[in-house]
Design a protein. Structure first.
Ligand code: EPS
Length: 395
């Protein structure tokens, strides 16, 4: 069964970021305002740099939607790079007669620069850094918004928050059973994406200190998805395993160096009885009173909230640059410096929500199919009724 597929295009200082999303069933209400809300959330964050004062990310829906509803055809979304105006002719697609680009020849440690210059046989790191820039995630967030709208039709919601920034935070004490444990309104009004105002205060202090010292920061964000029935994903083949797919989806976000599901790495040091979630006879259905598995068992949803976590390394562009090599003459110099963010973990968590939403929406479409949203909803409802009849789960 076919799910969702998407492709993004766009260079950071090129004319626009674009995304084509294929596989969305017909009849889904899509409006630019809800996509713009997510785009705006992605732009925010206490450690963001000057670029975010320039951009006003707004989507233009170019295809696949008519009179506010999807047609079942590929959805094409475009977001303008306002900064492009200041980057002509350097980043214009057209050949610039009589003009020579000033090459970036000093790769930044931790960025794609050096390996990308090797891969594409180029002497100008700008050929690499423009696309490897996290600006690309604009297209994913736009596509993720559409996936969220689709998931809402089948009762699934996806939200994320920042657990820690530069080692500050690491909120503990969440059971993982109920999304209401987290104050999502507080998360959304927090510039650090953190639900705890005392922790947020500490995070901001750290960002201020790093801005002054020319340092950068990473952190950990967590994404929750709830309302999923059990049995989405699969164990029969490698590619069906939803835990692996979600790890790949989060691991494919720029700067992510580690991904956990549920207890994650902590489970490896504990006893089986401390890790697995016992099953109990609840009121008409089997229930769990813990959610250490993070909603996934055997590569499938188990009906509990999905909880995935990603670790983001510090931004590689440092205002206090590390040592590097100028590839023009092989001399050791300071790495290339350009305007950047001190940290972007709150933004990465919005990208994480988008990637999780895209993966889950795809898994739903693969399992339940449907050319229209109505058909998808009916198939999900019939399946969920059967689970309830058998006492396996209830919504
Ligand atoms: C980025 C560098 C900065 C970031 C950018 C990612 O952009 P600029 O070089 O134009 O100042 O702000 O992120 C975005 C533009 C964005 O929209 O997220 C990098 O080098 O990866």
């Amino acid at each position: 069964m076919r799910g969702l597929r998407f492709v993004t295009a766009g260079e950071s200082h090129g004319p626009a970021e674009v995304c084509v999303l294929e596989g969305v069933p017909a009849g889904l209400r899509v409006d630019a305002a809800s996509i713009d809300r997510d785009l705006a959330r992605r732009q925010r964050g206490y450690g963001r740099g000057g670029r975010m004062d320039i951009e006003r990310d707004r989507v233009q829906i170019l295809a696949g939607v008519r009179l506010g509803r999807t047609l079942g055809t590929p959805v094409c979304l475009r977001v303008e790079n306002r900064d492009h105006a200041s980057w002509r002719p350097s980043m214009q697609p057209e050949f610039a007669e009589g003009w020579t680009a000033e090459a970036v020849t000093v790769p930044r440690p931790g960025h794609a620069d050096l390996a990308g210059m090797a891969k594409y046989d180029t002497e100008d790191a700008r050929d690499v850094l423009e696309r490897s820039s996290a600006r690309e995630t604009v297209g994913r967030v736009a596509a993720g918004s559409v996936a969220r709208l689709l998931l809402a039709e089948v009762g699934v919601e996806v939200r994320g928050f920042v657990r820690s920034l530069g080692g500050v935070g690491l909120l503990t004490g969440l059971s993982g059973l109920d999304p209401a444990e987290i104050d999502w309104a507080a998360v959304d009004s927090s510039e650090c994406g953190c639900p705890d105002s005392a922790v947020e205060e500490e995070m901001r202090g750290l960002v201020d200190a790093c801005r002054t010292s020319g340092e950068s920061l990473g952190g950990v964000f967590e994404v929750w998805a709830w309302g999923m029935c059990p049995g989405v994903g699969g164990f029969a083949s490698v590619g069906e395993r939803l835990d692996g797919r979600l790890m790949g989806a989060l691991g494919g976000i720029p700067a992510i160096k580690g991904v956990e599901v549920g207890m994650g790495f902590a489970a490896a040091g504990l006893l089986g009885s401390e890790v697995h979630d016992p099953l109990h006879a609840g009121d008409g259905a089997v229930v769990r009173r813990t959610n250490r598995a993070g909603g996934l068992e055997g590569g499938m949803t188990n009906g509990m909230p999905i909880i995935v976590r990603a670790a983001m390394k510090p931004i590689p562009t440092l205002m206090k640059p590390l040592a590097s090599v100028d590839l023009r003459d092989g001399s050791e110099v300071s790495a290339h410096k350009e305007r950047s963010d001190v940290e972007a973990v709150a933004a990465a968590r919005v990208v994480g929500e988008a990637m999780v939403a895209l993966e889950l929406a795809s898994a739903y479409l693969e399992k339940f199919g449907g050319d229209t949203v109505g058909q998808l909803r009916a198939a999900v409802r019939a399946y969920e009724e059967r689970l309830e009849e058998r006492g396996l789960w209830h919504r």
